[in-house]
Design a protein. Structure first.
Length: 368
């Protein structure tokens, strides 16, 4: 079996349900059909998503003997499956961003970049995350992120409880900073949900739009697509904003003045914001500060997909900012050898014991 075969099975073990379109962002149709024909994966009749078979579960238990793997049990309620399918898109986005997603406990985040799914702890005794709405916890660089997947009709959350659970559970990691990462199928859909406000209990149950407004931690938007994967790559590097700003401006870089901490530099006398991490509230605050100091419109630099989706319409077309995009050469200079999104190897998978995995049924199906 190849590295790609095993990685596909591992992703299904962690995500439990993955839609064919999502799986197709990494793996070819031939690879998926091959593993299906060999009896390792199958389609769930209700959702049409791919799931692992018991045969694949036994194989992974054997290959990763001695390691803790998520349990194979699956919830079959429609709401549970729907949530899992969305979380799978997040996992695949992080996976393509070179983020370690095969984690089983919070301690695994000590070696970033890494992402942990609290839902995979259910069934292992006490679950310290209880029934919170948090989809994942990520550590990128020196920052720990509470990751929430937002979609239409997601409902409300106990915001204070979510914040307390996040802070309590990541405290052993002693991260330098805390932040929120709101992810969705697209930046447009995500922002629409986060800007929607409705009457809420003043202290307890509130909508995500109200949580976004109240939150005092940095809050970033992330689309679960190629642009989002590239965004995570950038955010995984320590001190990414300053480094990207210096690369983008080169000799024209001027450090931000002490009385304007919201910006990353000054560019020809104008506040400059590295917006590739999609912290829109920071951008909005910088625009207000620049207006008060009579030094706008500010300059934003982001990824092309971010500008096309949100930033041009929200800031350039309204005259609030000049918006530019990071060039391929700037991205390559910043990311170095890891500039491309991650693709698992086609080579043979070698176990920890140095053994190859012989799967004659796969070979037979390929010949057929």
């Amino acid at each position: 079996m190849s590295v790609r075969d095993i990685e596909l099975l591992r992703l299904l073990r962690w995500c439990r349900f993955i839609a064919p379109a999502s799986l197709g962002t990494v793996f070819s149709k031939a690879e998926i059909v091959n593993l299906s024909g060999a009896g390792f994966i199958k389609k769930h009749p209700g959702s049409g998503a791919y799931v692992l078979t018991a045969k694949a579960g036994r194989l992974l238990d054997s290959v990763f003997e001695g390691e803790v793997l998520p349990q194979l049990q699956r919830g079959y309620r429609e709401s549970d499956i729907h949530r899992r399918l969305h979380i799978a898109r997040l996992v695949l986005t992080a996976y393509r961003a070179w983020v370690h997603v095969f984690t089983t406990c919070i301690d695994d985040l000590a070696s970033p970049p890494a992402l942990f799914l609290p839902s995979n702890r259910r069934g292992y005794g006490t679950n310290p995350w209880a029934n919170g709405r948090i989809a994942a916890v990520a550590v990128l660089g020196d920052t720990a992120y509470a990751v929430h997947h937002i979609r239409p009709g997601i409902g409300k959350l106990l915001f204070s409880d979510e914040l307390a659970a996040f802070t309590r559970n990541i405290s052993p990691l002693k991260p330098a900073a805390h932040a929120f990462l709101f992810c969705g199928d697209s930046y447009v859909e995500l922002l629409s949900e986060l800007e929607h406000l409705e009457d809420s209990d003043a202290d307890r149950l509130i909508c995500y739009g109200e949580a976004f407004r109240r939150l005092r931690l940095p809050a970033h938007l992330l689309a679960c697509n190629d642009t989002g994967a590239l965004q995570l790559q950038l955010m995984s590097r320590p001190n990414y904003r300053e480094k990207l700003t210096r690369i983008a401006l080169k000799a024209k870089y001027t450090p931000p003045p002490k009385d304007f901490p919201l910006c990353d530099a000054f560019f020809e006398g104008t506040p400059f914001i590295m917006a590739a991490d999609m912290d829109l509230r920071r951008i909005d605050a910088a625009i207000e500060a620049a207006r008060d100091k009579n030094c706008g419109p500010i300059v934003l630099v982001a990824l092309e997909g971010q500008a096309d989706a949100i930033l041009y319409a929200r800031y350039r077309d309204t005259g609030k900012a000049r918006v530019f995009t990071l060039t391929d050469s700037a991205l390559k200079e910043f990311l170095g050898p890891g500039a491309a999104l991650y693709e698992p190897s086609n080579g043979p998978f070698i176990t920890a014991k140095g053994e190859l995995i012989d799967a004659p049924l796969i070979q037979t199906h390929r010949k057929a």
